[in-house]
Write a protein that binds this ligand. Sequence first.
Ligand SMILES: [Ca+2]
Length: 107
Amino acid sequence: MVKRDFLAVIESRLTGRPDYSARGMEKVGRIIFDVCDIDRNGFMDDRDYCRFLFSYGVPEQDALWAVRRITSSANPILSRSRFIELSREFYCSADPDAAGNWMFGKF
Ligand SMILES: [Ca+2]
């Protein structure tokens, strides 16, 4: 399944309304971020991010690759708002160059 097919399934399951999908993804992104931000400092560091992707079955090495791809390698942390923005890009953007396309690694 390629991303286009994945997005079509997600879209059809979320009533087929793009605005609903974006809002739904934002809610999901907030929940996931809050679960993974164990120390509640408002940021997801590389350990938090590995924990997030581990829940999707992504190996640590691939998760570290992903977090460095979507952040500055010198500062591999994500704010809550940036995480939500990346989630929105991954699930809802048609831009093939959007950084969010890499949030799950080489998926
Ligand atoms: Ca944290």
